[in-house]
Write a protein that binds this ligand. Structure first.
Ligand SMILES: [Zn+2]
Length: 472
């Protein structure tokens, strides 16, 4: 048994032991601890409580209570269906998604407990990309596709300054968070997001502009549980219909994030880019088959409800939901399994199974459509452009041209500033064409020289200085 199988086994046994203790026999969600919350009924809670993944729960809640989210979601669904049917040619280039990771720590020193080190954050993001990019020699190297999308820690923060995309957020003063973590289903932890006044929910404590950064929050516990609590929720995310909203992003247990064998964040990122569970809409209790609407994944019932299958990454038992399933799942290689058995889905990241190692070509089409559609603002975000420090002026360049905008000043050059006509960075020379909003605000400047190439000066660019000379 390799270490991954061992990890899966341990997790599974823990889940099973917990479920048996609670329910008598098989892997069923634990009963809810309360009646209803935010309009979600008891029966709905029953289906989702302590699910491995809480994405359906948060999605359903929003579909019920947030008219705008619902409208966006329905619109996206239509567009996505069209894209999926058209099977459009995929872009050859790899798309990069800027990410910021918020470590919501409970008071530990950096590198201990929930306050993981920056090196560990980079390691977790590497695991994520191993799965999404199907990197050879890693656990992501299955029979599925390279998604041609990757997640990169931001190098420019919201103010145009350099960053490593890692944000350590001290939560030690928030008692409910310290003792229970995040409250997803009703547990005494802090809320995920609360639009009411004040800062009283996880995402209000720290979020970067969600139109420019994909936010990931690493938490110690969800509903007072973590990887060592038996049945537990590993993470949750919003679909692309939440793009740009103050609640958008993935929340993941830090213990899952650091485990290479875990594909929790990979799975949640799938949701973020509009992938449904491959068993979407199933009901194991009534043997109702589920379907994600993507043609190269079979209809099936979640694997986690079939303990006999859970370990069997090579299982030959017939999948009665879709006996004739025979699709090419990797258009790059022409790979198809042609089995009609549970092998057809037990490798997919969007099933509930930990031996997963693949996305399909159809899933890639949907995910890329979500990126190029509702999440397109990530592609023009300055987050992945390193701020160029020219002399004493921080300058951020645009991604698609050889022009740059002066966006800030660190004052080290003193009160007399001359902005250069052009700046060299990497192999390129950039022309300075604009000065950003508030770029030199409050810097104690007395003189400023602006080059001819500048055709745009943002609002209050030189406010609150002592300027006696401005050269244009
Ligand atoms: Zn999920």
């Amino acid at each position: 048994m390799d270490s991954k199988s061992l990890y899966i086994t341990i997790l599974f046994l823990l889940s099973l032991i917990q479920s048996q203790a609670q329910n008598g026999q098989t892997l069923k969600p634990l009963p809810p601890s309360g009646n209803s919350e935010n309009g979600i009924s008891q029966s709905e809670s029953n289906l989702t409580n302590h699910e491995f993944c809480g994405a359906d729960f948060t999605h359903n809640l929003r579909m019920k209570n947030d008219v705008q989210y619902k409208a966006r979601h329905l619109k996206t669904n239509q567009a996505q269906k069209k894209m999926s049917e058209q099977k459009k040619a995929l872009a050859n280039g790899v798309m990069q998604i800027p990410v910021v990771v918020h470590i919501m720590y409970r008071g530990d020193a950096v590198g201990t407990g929930t306050n993981i080190s920056d090196a560990d954050v980079k390691r977790g993001i590497r695991y994520l990309n191993n799965y999404w990019r199907k990197v050879t020699g890693t656990w992501g190297a299955g029979a599925g596709v390279d998604m041609k999308m990757e997640f990169i820690l931001a190098v420019q923060d919201e103010n145009g300054n350099p960053t490593n995309g890692i944000d350590h957020v001290f939560m030690g003063g928030v008692a409910a968070y310290v003792s229970n973590g995040v409250n997803l289903y009703k547990s005494g932890g802090i809320k995920d997001y609360d639009p009411e006044g004040g800062v009283n929910s996880l995402k209000e404590y720290s979020i970067w502009d969600p139109t420019k950064y994909y936010n990931v929050w690493l938490v110690g516990e969800i509903d007072n549980r973590n990887c060592f609590s038996g049945s537990y929720t590993r993470g949750y995310a919003h679909s692309a219909s939440g793009h740009g909203q103050p609640y958008d992003g993935s929340v993941v247990l830090v213990c899952e994030f650091l485990e290479e064998a875990s594909n929790t964040l990979t799975h949640e990122m799938g949701h973020a880019f509009n992938l449904l569970h491959t068993f979407h809409g199933d009901n194991p209790n009534t043997n109702t088959c589920g379907d994600d609407g993507i043609s190269d994944t079979p209809k099936h019932i979640r694997t986690s409800s079939m303990p006999g299958l859970y370990f069997g990454c090579n299982m030959n038992r017939a999948n009665t939901c879709d006996l004739s399933f025979d699709e090419i799942i990797n258009p790059d290689t022409g790979f198809r399994r042609s089995t009609g058995t549970h092998k057809d889905h037990i490798h997919n990241y969007m099933d509930y199974i930990l031996c997963a190692s693949e996305f399909t070509g159809g899933q890639r089409t949907v995910a890329l459509a979500a990126l190029n559609g509702p999440r397109a603002s990530f592609l023009t975000s300055p987050a992945l452009t390193p701020p160029v420090e020219i002399g004493d002026t921080f300058i951020a360049d645009h991604i698609t041209s050889l022009e740059v905008t002066a966006i800030g000043y660190n004052t080290a050059g003193g009160p007399n500033v001359t902005i250069p006509q052009a700046v060299d960075h990497g192999p390129n020379t950039y022309t300075v064409t604009a000065i950003g909003n508030g770029a030199f605000k409050g810097n104690g400047l007395t003189s400023m020289t602006i080059p001819d190439g500048v055709t745009s000066i943002g609002g209050r660019a030189f406010a609150n200085n002592r300027l006696i000379s401005v050269m244009l």
